[in-house]
Design a protein around this ligand. Structure first.
Ligand SMILES: [Zn+2]
Length: 368
């Protein structure tokens, strides 16, 4: 909107409206101001595997706990990965990302370094810490068992204010899923897990297993194979979609048309850092084109909401409205006479990190 202003006092938005002529004005020029972006599913720790995705089969690479990623993470140390993480998070900040839900494999070992480096880059994070124990296969007679170290780690994460990530409901017993979900939701946190990413996990009933055992806020990631009936069962839960990763790893996209028809408001994530750039705007842009190929076009405004205010609707991420912490990104318009009516389409399809003129954190405008 032309000549618009946001009043900020002590980092909090106190008004949104027309320019009143106050002092201490930061002029963002001919730009669009929008909330900083949320990336609600990414694996930052696997960056050192860049370039290996075309060479190895996906399960050999990231399958828990035998894949190359897990083997390497058991050998490495947090200090070895610190420098790489610092570069990643600074790069993401320049993409306008202000909030992330990173998956932290071997959470006990690595959650500290992920939180520290995200914070130093000015990114707010709720780390999804992953326990160290997995069951490659759960036998029927084990369903009531709870691994002692699993329970200990889950309690430790929650005591420290971290949220929980389980690689798949198929890697834990029903008793473990129920217990973990109870502990996390009692602490006010979220449980996140990959669900129905591949035909195999879907056929093995991962979604139903999760619904039958868990409560509270469970973030479901992927749902690439989910049917309309199954989507109906989970429409009350937060969803994270990673269409670019799905295209590469499972050659299929999540049923976005059905989701929108059911009133689901999915969020977006960029999944494995070694596979795709962690820019949520790229993810939304890809879905714009892909949804058209699928014959179920999603509107630019909705795609931008998937990476901003729909996350805020679940209590994470940001919105530019009175009473909220000011976390904005100003996108410069590179062409004269851009029509305000088509601004969502413009921002979605024509914005690159180089167009970002400032990232605003509270009273401060960061420029590079
Ligand atoms: Zn993932």
């Amino acid at each position: 909107m032309p000549d618009h202003a946001v009043d900020v006092s002590d980092g909090t938005i106190t008004g949104v409206g027309r320019f009143p002529g106050y002092v201490d004005v930061i002029d963002l020029g001919n730009s669009v101001l929008m909330p900083q972006l949320s990336n609600v599913h990414l694996h930052p720790l696997d960056y050192f595997l860049m370039g290996t995705y075309g060479i190895h089969y996906i399960d050999d690479l990231v399958g828990a706990p035998y894949g190359i990623k897990y083997v390497e993470l058991r050998k490495k140390s947090p200090e070895e990965l610190r420098g790489g993480l610092r570069m990643i998070f600074r790069r993401m900040k320049k993409m306008g990302v202000g909030f992330i839900l990173p998956i932290v494999e071997y959470g006990v070992r690595y959650v500290g370094v992920v939180v520290e480096e995200a914070r130093s880059a000015g990114i707010i994070t709720r780390p999804l810490a992953e326990p160290s124990s997995f069951r490659v296969y759960v036998h029927e007679e084990e369903e009531d068992d709870v691994d002692e170290s699993f329970e200990e780690e889950v309690r430790l994460f929650v005591e420290n204010g971290y949220w929980l990530s389980l690689v798949s409901p198929l890697n834990y017993t029903r008793a473990e899923l129920t217990l973990a979900s109870r502990i996390v939701s009692a602490g006010g946190g979220w449980l996140s897990t990959h669900v129905s990413e591949t035909p195999d996990t879907h056929e093995d009933g991962d979604l139903v297993r999760l619904i039958e055992t868990t409560m509270g806020m469970t973030l479901l990631v992927h749902l690439t194979q989910a049917s309309r009936d199954e989507l109906g069962m989970v429409r009350h839960l937060p969803l994270a979609l990673c269409p670019r990763s799905n295209s590469i790893l499972v050659n299929r996209l999540p049923p976005i048309g059905e989701m929108m028809e059911l009133g689901i408001r999915p969020m977006l994530g960029t999944d494995n850092l070694a596979l795709v750039e962690p820019n949520p705007l790229d993810e939304a842009r890809y879905l714009y084109y892909a949804s058209r190929v699928m014959g179920r076009p999603v509107e630019p405004r909705e795609l931008l909401m998937m990476i901003t205010t729909w996350a805020w609707g679940w209590g994470i991420g940001f919105n530019i409205t009175e009473g909220q912490t000011m976390r904005g990104v100003a996108i410069g318009l590179a062409y004269n006479g851009v029509d305000v009516e088509g601004i969502h389409e413009y921002v979605l399809l024509r914005t690159n990190p180089g167009d970002i003129v400032a990232v605003i954190d509270g009273d401060e405008a960061l420029r590079w």
